[in-house]
Design a protein around this ligand. Structure first.
Ligand SMILES: Cc1cc2nc3c(=O)[nH]c(=O)nc-3n(C[C@H](O)[C@H](O)[C@H](O)COP(=O)(O)OP(=O)(O)OC[C@H]3O[C@@H](n4cnc5c(N)ncnc54)[C@H](O)[C@@H]3O)c2cc1C
Ligand code: SF4
Length: 487
């Protein structure tokens, strides 16, 4: 382990942030890295517990105490090797993961947990800076071919693993650039897109082919892929957006969050034509939904120069402390305050939107809400109850619906006649769908989730595809029964 008494000697230190009033002037990432000496001390806080619960807290099973130890000893290249053994893209998770590993860190029982996510980010950034992240093409090819549909984190992870096993991999993506929600959902201030591009160059260097602007099921038929490839991996995400079927939902000014975020990401990428009506400048903005998507709408609205930004969440305000019914090492539902929340937003909890109000020209002018409380009914189920007399009208020119996603689109599911689970996701036990040779991974299989889960799914699926093609597989496989319940 790093330093035997490290956790007693050093307090947790996190990377710094440029002040909100400065950082909102542009879309760049705004973190300020720790000095190397500080990072080593942070690695030295790891206790190398007999049972490292962080391993099971991390959906990828990252070997956290091992890379912490290497960082403490200044062995950065070794740390990068350890990290990449379980995580294809630590530069994504090191920036964007909600770090369930830290909630499961043993030190977190009575002190601040080890700053695992930040250590992860610094290892991979150092690896890129030093030129250690280079293409590793397979030594020999199997002459089997795999089509991966979708280039989000699950598709990219599956592609890299399968290519490293020697298969010839082509990734099909309907958007004009690769990355899925990493590119078109998540704003630059959380992750600049050159972070995707530099990894993409490595994947291309390893021999993976990317075909963008190719919509499988529309511009190219899935039967063609079935005929031309030995296996198909569906990584199309869970992109069906939840809407809010209330009066006024059709008004001009009510937009789906992804329409707003995608347009802004494209603008930052140099697209010169956009819909000026989906720009928040000088508007009173209300973001409905308190998750990651809502938070990204807040940060983007503020950067576009919104007059006011308010965020509604139908759930009660969680406690800052871990709730007693979600004890360590489980991932607790506690109050999360993102960097965007600190940039100037009013957060309102326990509130339900009842109606959008418009003017004679069909433009949104306000929202009518009421306060709600969650009660447990006679059957022990939680129910939403409106509080009488709490109706209120809020002035609003622009409302973003950040209400989550209901599941994968039906195009490929219908065309392939795939079985689905109760939630409408592709049913793929051990990642194999009901159609031979067709596999599924990521949000398309598990429903709306996290980047770390998408990478894990892509890796797991790759093992099963490889075993299907070759009879057995040397690709790593995580114990699928060992996971802690989590998001
Ligand atoms: C705004 C927003 C912010 C988020 N922030 C975070 C965060 O901070 N941290 C975190 O961990 N998670 C976050 N998430 C969740 C995370 O982005 C997803 O869980 C993850 O991207 C899922 O990966 P995926 O590969 O399964 O699918 P996706 O990333 O959705 O990629 C699917 C890809 O498949 C393509 N595709 C679909 N159908 C076809 C077809 N028929 N032909 C060709 N291509 C097709 C799509 O165009 C897309 O590029 C966020 C999600 C959103 C919406
Ligand atoms: S990927 Fe996420 S959960 Fe895993 S070690 Fe990194 S921050 Fe923790």
């Amino acid at each position: 382990m790093g330093k035997v008494t490290g956790f007693l000697e050093y307090d947790r230190k996190d990377e710094g942030y440029i002040a909100p009033e400065e950082r909102v002037k542009n879309y760049k990432e705004f973190t300020v890295p720790l000095e190397e000496a500080d990072l080593k001390e942070q690695g030295g806080r790891c206790m190398d517990c007999g049972i490292p619960f962080c391993h099971s807290g991390c959906p990828l099973g990252n070997l956290i105490p091992d890379f912490n130890d290497a960082v403490y000893k200044g062995r950065w290249k070794e740390a990068a090797t350890i990290l990449h053994a379980t995580n294809n893209f630590p530069e994504f998770t090191g920036r964007l993961c909600p770090a369930p590993c830290e909630e499961a860190c043993v030190l977190g029982i009575n002190a601040d947990p080890v700053s695992i996510e930040n250590i992860e980010k610094n290892i991979v950034e150092r690896a890129f800076d030093e030129g250690w992240v280079v293409p590793q093409p397979p030594q020999k090819r199997t002459h089997k071919s795999v089509a991966v549909i979708g280039s989000g984190p699950s598709g990219l992870a599956a592609a890299q693993q399968l290519n490293r096993a020697g298969h010839t991999v082509t990734v099909f993506e309907r958007d004009s650039k690769v990355g899925g929600l990493l590119r078109y959902g998540i704003p630059d201030f959380k992750m600049e897109k050159n972070v995707i591009d530099r990894r993409l160059a490595v994947l291309e260097g390893e021999g993976i082919t990317f075909k963008t602007n190719t919509y499988v099921g529309q511009t190219i038929s899935v039967e063609k892929l079935q005929n031309e490839y030995d296996a198909i991996v569906l990584c199309g995400g869970a992109t069906l957006r939840r809407s809010i079927p209330i009066k006024g939902a059709h008004l001009k000014g009510v937009y789906q969050a992804m329409d707003f975020l995608k347009q802004n990401n494209e603008r930052q990428d140099g697209v010169t034509e956009w819909d000026e009506t989906i720009v928040a400048t000088d508007k009173n903005v209300i973001v409905i939904g308190g998750g990651d998507t809502g938070s990204d709408c807040i940060g983007t609205s503020i950067r576009q120069g919104a007059k006011t930004v308010t965020n509604f969440e139908i759930l009660n305000r969680p406690t800052i402390e871990r709730p007693t019914e979600q004890p360590w090492p489980y991932y607790p539902m506690r109050l999360r305050t993102s960097s965007s929340h600190k940039e100037g937003v009013e957060r309102v909890f326990s509130i339900s939107t009842k109606e959008f109000v418009g003017d004679a020209s069909g433009n949104l002018t306000g929202l009518i809400t009421s306060e709600v409380e969650w009660v447990t009914n006679d059957n022990g189920r939680r129910e939403l109850k409106e509080l009488p007399g709490t109706e209120k009208e809020w002035p609003c020119d622009m409302a973003f619906l950040a209400l989550g996603f209901t599941g994968p689109e039906k195009t490929l599911i219908d065309q392939l006649h795939l079985d689905t689970d109760m939630r409408g996701n592709v049913k793929a036990t051990s990642y194999a769908t009901s159609v031979s040779g067709v596999f599924a991974a990521g949000d398309m299989r598990r429903g709306q989730s996290l980047i770390v889960w998408a990478i894990s799914e892509g890796r797991q699926a790759a093992h099963h595809v490889d075993a299907y093609l070759m009879g057995s597989s040397q690709l790593p496989l995580k114990d699928e029964d060992s996971d802690l319940p989590r998001r």
